[in-house]
Design a protein around this ligand. Structure first.
Ligand code: 5AD
Ligand code: SF4
Length: 484
């Protein structure tokens, strides 16, 4: 097998799978290219991981590797992992065992674990999962080519150094997960919040923001290539803050939103994820004054009882949170709001759980991500509190939360019936090639017949009147815009 040096010293290959300004074809890597080593990458967990995998793809492509979607032909299998709950880690461990036969069939093939599990478990992962050759933390992807070389020489390679300034600012991500219409742009990394249940501050390190100019340039480039929606990504986007080197000006998240929205009115801007404490009036007013900043805020509640919120170190009370929801609706009456909710955190009593249901009802979430509490080693909660809510009670509370959310989602969707929304077409509906699927500004999925507006394509906008709905989807008919 050639080493990296052999590959990089070859003349550049005209490689259709390399970053060439286009989305990679879905069957990228189907045809073997002589002399090119192939990597296959699987991502688990949050959007940030999917975005990071595109950075990894770019780094490896620059080092002379080509992506493949067929793991059977890969020389390098990478798994970008999540540690947020124990189940997420178990999923990755199960997946790793599935690669065992590939390794037997392709001696020399390397397996690397990237992301949060790599950071959390470090070299212990090499002992626990014998088939793993490389363990690479989220701030160490630039060293991947050297690590591959080391591992190729039979030395297991580990780099889990966390950085105070790594933002991968200058890397153009290879859009391996792309539909050609919507893309993620990472704007900050890490989290300083130290919520008691959360492992992220340990696996992703301290907050650092990427310079605004490089973010705007990346968004503009995406727009020029036909993308019509960017999601600004970070563990904690609304604490974005960057001091521009040349001017000394402090760019806040509100400034950044306005700067990206100004690129083109046809480019939609979303963001994820926010901590409620950082959604300032400034951010809300900036959203309200730009129609292309989507009317949608993910506002994780976690728990509805002030006592539990305090134990969680969330820094707000239930009343403060509810006031924030009211403020959002006051400034943007049509804003969609979604949430993250944890059932059964340490010491949670029945009345705390009722408080959570109550805040959900008052907030009228359009959508929620709901979880049972899972103790994570090393977190504040694991060190300080007993995980004392029995599993069957956690499960029952989660079921009640899910049932309530299903009802709220249906009510929210029913209220949209009869209304007309601007939809950005993303592609075919999952169920039928005769229908387009897209999202409105509030992030709701809307499906409508292609025959309503012949000539439309993914990346186009359409005005759609909602005629019916389920709890998960709006269905509608497209209306032809009246000529001006
Ligand atoms: N157990 C359960 N859910 C968790 N989350 C984070 N840590 C845990 C944990 N230990 C949830 C939170 C967070 C989302 C990304 O995952 O709701 O907002
Ligand atoms: Fe975890 Fe809290 Fe940071 Fe979100 S804000 S990543 S829940 S510590």
């Amino acid at each position: 097998m050639p080493t990296i040096k052999d590959i990089t010293s070859q003349p550049p290959v005209k490689d259709p799978y390399r970053y060439n300004g286009e989305a990679l074809p879905m069957n990228a890597g189907a045809e073997p290219i002589t002399g090119l080593r192939r990597f296959y990458i699987e991502s688990y967990g949050c959007q940030m991981n999917f975005s990071d995998s595109e950075i990894v793809a770019s780094i490896l492509s620059e080092a002379g590797f080509g992506p493949t979607r067929n793991m059977e032909e890969a020389d390098l299998i990478l798994v970008n992992t999540c540690s947020i709950r124990e189940k997420a880690e178990q999923t990755v461990r199960n997946r790793l065992t599935a690669f065992r036969h590939l390794k037997r069939e392709r001696p020399g093939m390397l397996i690397g674990v990237l992301g949060c599990m790599a950071e959390r478990l470090k070299s212990k992962l090499l002992e626990e999962e014998k088939l793993v050759d490389m363990v690479v933390g989220p701030d160490a992807y630039r060293t991947l080519p050297q690590l591959v070389e080391e591992a190729g020489d039979g030395r297991k390679a580990v780099n889990v150094l966390l950085s105070r300034d790594e933002t991968y600012s200058d890397i153009s991500p290879v859009r391996i997960n792309s539909n050609g219409v919507t893309a993620f742009v990472s704007i900050m990394r890490g989290c300083n919040n130290m919520c008691a249940f959360c492992v992220v501050p340990f696996t992703r390190g301290r907050e650092r923001s990427r310079d605004a100019a490089s973010i705007v340039a990346e968004c503009r480039d995406l727009f020029d290539r036909g993308f019509r929606e960017v999601t600004l990504l970070g563990q904690n986007v609304d604490s974005y803050c960057h001091i521009e080197e040349q001017t000394g000006q402090t760019i806040t998240f509100a400034h950044l939103l306005a700067m990206t929205a100004a690129i083109n009115p046809l480019l939609r801007i979303r963001f994820s994820t926010s901590h409620p404490k950082d959604i300032t009036d400034d951010v809300l007013h900036t959203m309200a004054t730009h129609v292309n900043i989507c009317r949608y805020i993910h506002l994780p509640l976690q728990a509805g009882s002030t006592r539990v919120l305090q134990l969680m170190n969330r820094t707000y009370t239930r009343e403060w949170y509810l006031a924030k929801v009211r403020r959002i609706r006051e400034i943007m009456p049509d804003c969609g709001i979604s949430s993250d909710i944890i059932a059964g955190f340490c010491t949670e009593a029945e009345e705390d759980h009722q408080d959570t249901l109550d805040v959900m009802r008052q907030s009228r979430y359009d959508f929620s991500y709901m979880f049972m509490y899972s103790e994570r080693p090393g977190t504040l909660a694991a060190r300080r509190y007993a995980d004392d809510v029995p599993h069957d009670i956690k499960k029952r509370r989660l079921e009640e939360i899910v049932t309530l959310q299903n009802r709220l989602s249906l009510e929210s969707n029913l209220a949209d019936v009869g209304q007309t929304f601007q939809v950005l077409i993303e592609g075919n509906s999952k169920r039928s090639e005769l229908h387009w699927m897209g999202r409105n500004s509030q992030n709701k999925v809307i499906v409508f017949p292609k025959s309503d507006l012949p000539g439309k394509a993914p990346g186009d906008f359409a005005d759609v009147t909602v005629t019916e709905c389920t709890q998960a989807t709006l269905m509608g008919v497209a209306v032809t815009p009246t000529p001006a």
